[in-house]
Design a protein around this ligand. Structure first.
Ligand code: PEP
Ligand code: MN
Length: 338
């Protein structure tokens, strides 16, 4: 942290800043220039906040000099982290596609979906048992019964399951059904108590980007999980809100290279919730892989017209299989496989 004093700052004001720094157990380095005095806080500055200094007399401004995220940063860990999901690796040379319906509806729907996911060569399946719906009057998910149906269908085809956790009180139930990957949805990205809870376990976590979150806020949210001891974090871009109304969200392709530079954790993309329409999904999916995403989260339903949730954006099994074919070519061009 550096604190820049204004040109008229008195010795007393400089002393005030120095003692504030020292009260947090850090050392202060005072550098007196011709026009300004700059004070550096030496030590772990992450416990300090610019707000602590900006209101002190004689302070012009203050700012951090190191990144606020530590464990998830590329600075602390140079190589790509590969997440092991029950033997399936995410983040390595192989691009992983997680397919499945928006929500778990019936046993039959899940059985048929699991068969298609498996037939296309995917090892990971998605499906929500607890649904964060905009209206409290629409289908909220089948809850624990949904987890049971999902587990049963997935086990038949040896698939690993990805499902959203909205409430920390359900964590034991998620453990009971041996959920392989816990998804934290866009609406929960800054639910810090929930993040701390999933930080205490060692299950892989997909952390979706808040629909209005900056990359830095997203990285800090991941740091909450990592700080608890769980380093199995996968970032998922799912589209952000902008002024554009022609589609559901803007898939921020730019965040892919930025995140790959800032963090060693894998980055996946959800083109379904970005575009919001089935016909957009293949183009967005291909763009994400071409830009370096480590995987995709794609909604696929055995019969999209009948889907209880997000029917407009679900691929049918044939569309899903054909998307997988076209992604294979892109993955190869950039030296990866699918
Ligand atoms: C989902 O993946 O089913 C979902 C609700 O996504 P998001 O949190 O990105 O809206
Ligand atoms: Mn959905």
């Amino acid at each position: 942290m550096i604190i820049v004093m204004n040109s008229g700052a008195t010795d007393e004001q400089i002393g005030g800043v120095v003692s504030k720094i020292q009260s947090f157990g850090l050392d202060a380095n005072v550098s007196r220039g011709m026009e300004r005095t700059v004070i550096g806080a030496l030590g772990d500055e992450r416990t300090l906040d610019p707000e602590m200094f900006n209101s002190l007399g004689g302070v012009e401004y203050s700012m951090h000099v190191v990144k606020q995220y530590k464990i998830v940063s590329r600075e602390s860990h140079k190589h790509d982290s590969i997440i092991n999901i029950g033997g399936t690796l995410l983040g390595g040379a192989k691009v992983q596609v997680i397919g499945g319906p928006c929500s778990v509806e019936t046993q039959e729907q899940m059985d048929v979906a699991a068969q298609h996911v498996s037939d296309t060569g995917c090892k990971l399946m998605r499906g929500g048992a607890f649904k964060p719906r905009t209206s409290p009057y629409t289908f909220q998910g089948n809850g624990e019964e949904g987890l049971r149906m999902f587990r049963k269908a997935a086990d038949k085809y040896n698939l690993r399951i990805v499902t959203e956790l909205m409430d920390a009180r359900m964590l034991d139930t998620f453990m009971k059904y041996d959920v392989d990957v816990i998804q934290i949805g866009t609406r929960s990205m800054q639910n810090f108590e929930l993040l701390k809870e999933v930080g205490r376990i060692n299950k892989p976590v997909i952390l979706k980007r808040g629909m209005s979150a900056t990359i830095s806020e997203w990285l800090m949210a991941a740091e909450y999980i990592a700080a608890g001891g769980n380093h199995n974090i996968i970032f998922c871009e799912r589209g952000i809100r902008t002024f554009e109304t022609a589609y559901r969200n803007v898939m921020d392709v730019t965040c892919i290279p930025v995140l790959k530079k800032e963090t060693h954790m894998p980055v996946i993309v959800d083109p379904s919730h970005a575009g919001g329409k089935t016909w957009m999904v293949p183009a967005l999916a291909r763009a994400a892989i071409a830009a370096g995403a480590d995987g995709l989260l794609v909604e696929m339903h055995p019969n999209p017209c009948e889907a209880w949730c997000d029917a407009d954006q679900a691929l049918n099994p044939q569309e899903f299989a054909s998307l997988m074919g076209s992604l294979r070519g892109i993955a190869e061009v950039i030296g990866r496989s699918l």
